[in-house]
Design a protein around this ligand. Structure first.
Ligand code: CU
Length: 418
């Protein structure tokens, strides 16, 4: 444990306003779309994790200790162009920046509370002394608004872990407060991966036309996100044919999410309980990620293309929708449309032939279309937990540049017969 004086000195340095290079304010440009820079100080064998639409938490060294500073605060987060949500997060971001460290590191994490209510931080899945576990009221007093507390422990494991409040959890997690805590192994793990991605799952209820999530909602959510972005706002995951790709998925939402990847068979290689021995990896094309858990999977594509990566619960690949809409599939609505428009301007008959044309509907401000996204062949008719794995034989501009739409070699795409 540091002495009180050391703590105050570090704290003062870290809290010195201008000395907080990573304090991001809402007015700053959004983080790099494709990912987040490497955290300095990682061993040569480590491929830094990429957080699509997210970022990493910087640190300073203090006598061999990596000192991080999380600031819990209100954050405006664009879920996709056309919709900004009033979330809570850390350091100007929702979800909070990824803490990327190495097994054996000693870390000190300062937590400043700028929220209107008290909080705490729990280090989910991390082996540490009980007093550092962050359950407010049980392991420590709450962190009151305006206070800064420090957590300090040595990392004696590696894997995909998470941090989140353990204080008014229902509200604070529904508002978006969570982040990845990724611990790389000290010794190289085989087989080596070429690309490493991490995606946080979350679901929200934001009344169409408003901007604040409603934490009271238990089941009927209307927004579903990968790293707090909804399709078409989700960044693609870019890799090359033959690359070994790891995807880490974290879930602190209210539901399990079966995450499905097209075009490849993958192996589930780790949970937040640690790495799975290679002999026990199991093949899947969909991995169900339970609440309060992480799952890692690894794959190697032999077919280039734009491959979909999405939750397989079909309501989770949609944006705000009314669940009180009567089922009109097959019902002839001719004639009633005009009458309804008198009372409800802009009404269009829904669901008569399915809902694939819903993207054409009018909608309240600050509300995403239910199903949208323009692809090379037309509307993709998706929303929510949906993104693309863009696999290319060559990436002349590197991994950090979106290679655009895949161009299909002649004779390799579906064709119209009549
Ligand atoms: Cu889902």
């Amino acid at each position: 444990m540091p002495t009180r004086r050391e703590l105050l000195r570090t704290g003062a340095a870290l809290l010195g306003g201008a000395m907080l290079p990573w304090r991001v304010h809402a007015a700053d440009p959004p983080p790099k779309v494709l990912g987040g820079d490497a955290t300095p100080g990682l061993p040569g064998h480590v491929v830094p994790v990429v957080i699509p639409n997210g970022s990493k938490l910087p640190y300073v060294m203090d006598k061999g200790v990596k000192v991080f500073h999380l600031v819990a605060q209100k954050v405006k987060r664009e879920f996709a162009p056309g919709m900004v949500v009033d979330t809570w997060g850390y350091n100007g971001e929702c979800h909070g920046p990824c803490i990327e460290v190495v097994e054996g590191d000693r870390v000190r994490i300062l937590v400043t509370n700028e929220l209107p209510e008290r909080t705490s931080v729990h280090w989910h899945g991390i082996l540490l002394p009980n007093g550092m576990d962050g359950v407010a009221g049980l392991n420590q007093p709450h962190i009151e608004p305006g206070e800064t507390w420090a957590y300090e422990f040595t990392l004696r494991q590696h894997g995909t872990h998470m941090y989140h409040p353990h204080s008014d959890e229902m509200v604070q997690m529904a508002m978006g407060m969570m982040g990845f805590f990724i611990i790389h192994p000290k010794k190289p793990r085989r087989p080596k991966v070429d690309r490493d991605f991490a995606i946080f799952l979350q679901e929200w209820f934001v009344e169409p036309g408003t901007s604040t999530p409603n934490p009271m909602v238990m089941l009927d959510f209307n927004l579903f996100t990968f790293n707090a972005r909804s399709w078409p706002g989700t960044a693609p995951l870019v890799a090359k044919t033959g690359d070994r790709i790891r995807v880490r998925i974290g879930n602190l939402s209210m539901d399990s999410h079966p995450i499905h990847l097209h075009g490849v068979q993958f192996n589930v290689t780790a949970t937040d309980g640690g790495p799975i021995p290679r002999t026990a990896w199991w093949p899947e094309t969909t991995v169900n990620v339970p609440v309060g858990a992480t799952r890692d999977f690894e794959c190697v594509f032999d077919e280039p293309g734009d491959w979909a990566l999405h939750c397989h619960k079909s309501h989770h690949t949609m944006n705000p929708m009314g669940h009180d809409i009567p089922n009109m599939i097959g019902v002839d609505q001719k004639g009633v449309e005009k009458k309804i428009r008198k009372h409800l301007p802009g009404y269009m008959p829904m669901m008569e032939k399915g809902m694939g044309n819903m993207h054409e509907m009018g909608r309240p401000k600050n509300t995403l279309p239910m199903m949208t996204g323009d692809g090379p062949f037309g509307p993709i008719e998706m929303g929510g937990m949906f993104t693309l794995m863009k696999i290319r034989d060559e990436l002349p501009k590197g991994y950090d540049v979106d290679p655009g739409w895949y161009s299909y070699p002649p004779g390799t795409s579906a064709y119209k017969l009549k």
